[in-house]
Design a protein around this ligand. Sequence first.
Ligand code: ZN
Length: 246
Amino acid sequence: MRYLILADLHSNLEALDAVLEDARGAYERVLCCGDLIGYGADPNRVLDWARANVNLAVRGNHDRGCAGLEDLEWFRPLARCVAVWTSRQLNAENLHYLRELPKGPLTVDTFQLAHGSPLDEDEYLTPRLAEIYLKEYAESELCFFGHTHKQEGFLLQRGGMARIEAPVKDAAARALRLERGSLHALNPGSVGQPRDGDPRAAYLLYDSGERLAEFRRVAYDIVGAQAKILRAGLPEHLAERLAAGR
Ligand code: ZN
């Protein structure tokens, strides 16, 4: 089976459109590691697309916050401000969909999907935590996660843990054949708000039969997404950071 694996779309329709165009014909199923909304200006349109096209998604912290499932006191001021704006935009169908999103990790095929760490949906899977997770707790040989907005991966094999770097800046893709007997945690990167210094939208294709993962990046209409954020009256910083990829 060929999967399109997305994370951290964050209401960025321009980035999502570019990813779908770039990945066209390369997948049969769509999976999402959470945070469909928050930060960007198109929550309903991103959720309309998700309801119709995503086969399985786990919830992210922004999905939970915007769905009214938790006290926004825990959010940082910027995220809180956007969560309040976003929750006011949502129509009834999309609010219902958000509320029903399951908590990760979920098992799909032979792998797992999580938002943050598979052990705690709100925790960033840093290199240190990834090593602990892979050594002590991994329940499957492969887990996809999001939340850090960094396209990268971690690999545990006999020699210890290795870090898999995202595609270099001037490349569009990097393929990785997963060795049997090794454990992997892979972050497809953020579609809608990359924070790894590369402003291009990030995603991942995974062919479970071939055991082939491909990290991909695609340029999108950043100026268009920024203009919508400013028009919506959302904080300027949210528009600026899209261009910086930070
Ligand atoms: Zn996120």
